[in-house]
Design a protein around this ligand. Structure first.
Ligand SMILES: [Fe+2]
Length: 270
């Protein structure tokens, strides 16, 4: 009788320990919690975020394994409101193709870099071997800049900005006309070859900047929302030395829906 009682107590004890252990196990940290965002000051958070946002395309960075010339999203003569067909063809099939080819030639010497995106190489140029660093800077930059540029234009483009970008332009610059004036002046005053950009900076502000040659703003921790090419190869056949006229006409083909997508990608509230 006593033995039977003791056996029952041992069974109760073991069952109790098992149930308590199960209870604690179920209260453990959920796995998804490790993916939750960590609260940081706004500026720091945005700076960190923009470092890792895809710049070339909505869903991916620009591959360098190998780099490939993207197709134009429209015909050579589709942007005649601002850019003639011959310029478009030379610009895409000649200049952009050359950047792609020269980038691939350079990376042949350092195949260990081929798994890094063009954006990653440009953000960390100091980690690119010195013998190809300038080539990657110029031709990787040229490939990235032009890949973005083709998407920023459309045969149905032009007109007033809409949606989020319209609101942010008005908040930052006062009006679209004031923004356009500043953007055009910055592009006109960029000495020699380069680009004029609207970027989001580390303080979450829109800002107009210019870059020399084929530098992209991500090199300086800025996210490019829109940009115009002010190299002579972008306008000289039609406009000759009249860069200001080219800058002014370019607004007739600006692809506001694509620019809205880019501004929403990098806006802190999204
Ligand atoms: Fe160009």
């Amino acid at each position: 009788m006593i033995i039977k009682f003791l056996r029952q107590q041992v069974v109760f004890l073991i069952t109790g320990v098992f149930l308590v252990s199960l209870l604690f196990a179920c209260q453990g940290e959920p796995i998804v919690e490790s993916l939750a965002p960590i609260a940081t000051p706004v500026a720091q958070e945005t700076f960190a975020t923009t470092q890792f946002l895809a710049v070339a395309y909505p869903d991916r960075e620009l591959s360098a394994s190998p780099a490939q010339l993207p197709k134009l999203p429209y015909a050579d003569n589709a942007l005649e409101k601002a850019i003639d067909a011959e310029t478009m063809k030379l610009h895409h099939d000649g200049h952009h193709a050359a950047y792609v080819n020269k980038l691939n030639e350079a990376l042949e010497k350092h195949p260990e870099l081929k798994n890094r995106s063009v954006e990653a190489m440009l953000r960390g140029l100091n980690s690119v071997p010195e013998d190809i660093r300038e080539t990657v800077r110029n031709n990787g930059g040229g490939h990235l800049n032009h890949t973005i540029f083709w998407q920023l234009m459309s045969p149905n483009g032009g007109g007033q900005p809409t949606g989020e970008i319209a609101q942010q332009i008005n908040q930052t610059f006062g009006s679209f006309d004031a923004f356009k004036k500043q953007f055009n002046e910055a592009g006109e005053n960029r000495f020699g070859s380069g680009w004029v950009w609207l970027v989001r900076n580390a303080q979450n502000q829109l800002q107009i900047v210019t870059t020399p040659n084929q530098d992209n703003p991500i090199k300086d921790g800025l996210y490019p929302i829109m940009g115009n090419d002010v190299w002579e190869h972008a306008y000289y056949l039609r406009y000759r030395n009249r860069r200001a006229e080219y800058l002014n006409n370019w607004w007739n083909v600006v692809n506001w829906p694509e620019i809205n997508r880019r501004v929403q990608t990098v806006s802190p509230q999204t």
